[in-house]
Design a protein around this ligand. Sequence first.
Ligand code: ASP
Length: 327
Amino acid sequence: MTLTIRLPRITILGTGGTIAGSATSQTQTTGYQPGAISIQSLIDAVPAIAQIATVKGEQVANFRSTEVTSPILLDLCRRARAANESDDCDGVVITHGTDTLEETAFFLSLTVPWKKPIVFVGAMRPATAISADGPINLLQAVTLAASPTALGRGPLVVLNDRISSGFYITKSSANALDTFKAPEQGHLGYFDNSQPKFFYSSASPIGLHYFDIKDTIDLPQVDIVYGYQGLNPHIITEYVRAGAKGLILATMGNGGWTIAGMEVVRQVIEGGVIVVHSHRSQDGAVSSSVDISISSGLLSPQKSRIMLQLALSSGYTLEQTKSIFEI
Ligand code: ASP
């Protein structure tokens, strides 16, 4: 009697980025076109994937990740949720440009129930380069999505032989292959001969908040204002005039903003805009506030922005919003 072993079924959602990038020569590693190669061609370029899983590619988009918008995030969320619910899918891989991968991974951490593995993967060298990192990263991402060890950990990120938390990672270098880091929280695991190995058993990050956005069709505009010596205090009013319903301040240190700037911040808050104080430093937290603004805690400006968009679109009060940031 022959026993047929069914391979795990993995859905790969392609969105572009450097992993799908194409240059005019093998030695060109800057100035190439990201999002030039189809998801099917990326899968076909790694025949070893067929030994690990039965994969199905879906092209969601094919561009540089700077072009990801709220409707695209919502579309990805719908597809990841559908895969989560489907009996024909055991895990999801999302290929993504590294520039804004941390934003999409954070968004899905907050909006997709974690039933099956969701693994983000990118690359720092285009697919046409000598020693392109995309093919091995894709193989490892599929291996991880097919592995029961990935269950209950939320969206994960694979790059450069490392496994990281989609909630915590950030792109730490504009160029280096080991760009994804969570300096305070660390990596969750690594690959040994392309097999995933974890340092810890599964756990949820403190501060993870779930938003049910099944019926959401767009997200409100929230903008980020960068803090620096001599900042123009009135730039904030311009953001509000241009439609911002919320603002994130990338403050200096632990909540620092100029005296003249704070005056304008107070005025926009009184006008109904929600303001979150985040930090321009890579690490550390902004301490809980005692006034009407909100502190981001550990969240970076780009992650605070997503959290605030979700809170606003869910109709949270100021107090509810404060409570999900200031844990
Ligand atoms: N340079 C980017 C990348 O590493 C391009 C992008 O984010 O789409 O994928």
